[in-house]
Design a protein around this ligand. Structure first.
Ligand SMILES: [Zn+2]
Length: 159
């Protein structure tokens, strides 16, 4: 474990963990993009997705699948309400409030974007690998074509 790593601390203190297997744990994101936005995180401190061991690679897909199965069956409203009562900062409060008024709240997601921000240029800000599982709901954005391609604004929809 590395000092002051958020995701090492979260696992050590078992904060809000919704799933774990041998190599990974999962939690809901505190700055949710969409209702039930979750993170799948290796228990070992490792910066890069490309440095996951064979054992971690083996456990990763089942961890993602199981996390999705769990988040499809949890009531997340209380989770976001709890954060709003004691947010770490204003942005966290704003994000969670937005989610509480999102029509997708506690609906079964219609789909998912599953992805990794690998490296600073790709948007990685916490230097401990985390796989984003972002539930998607029909109608949550005006233009859904291209999905993760929208990380470069204006280049998502190739039609
Ligand atoms: Zn760590």
């Amino acid at each position: 474990m590395e000092n002051k790593c958020l995701f090492c601390e979260v696992y050590k203190n078992k904060i809000g963990i919704i799933f774990e297997n041998d190599q990974f744990y999962a939690r809901l994101d505190r700055f949710p993009v969409s209702p039930k936005h979750a993170l799948v995180i290796p228990k070992r401190h490792v910066v890069s997705f490309l440095e996951l061991t064979k054992d971690e690679q083996h456990d990763l897909l089942p961890a993602i699948k199981e996390t999705i199965r769990i988040l499809e069956n949890i009531d997340s409203k209380e989770f976001y309400e709890k954060i709003i009562r004691n947010p770490v900062n204003k942005k966290m409060e704003t994000f969670c409030k937005k989610i509480l008024s999102n029509p997708g709240l506690n609906k079964k997601p219609d789909g998912y974007n599953i992805g990794v921000n690998e490296g600073i240029s790709a948007g990685q800000t916490i230097h401990h690998v985390h796989i984003q599982v972002i539930p998607r709901y029909i109608g949550d954005v005006a233009d859904f074509v291209g999905g993760v391609r929208h990380v470069i604004p204006g280049m998502g929809n190739y039609r």
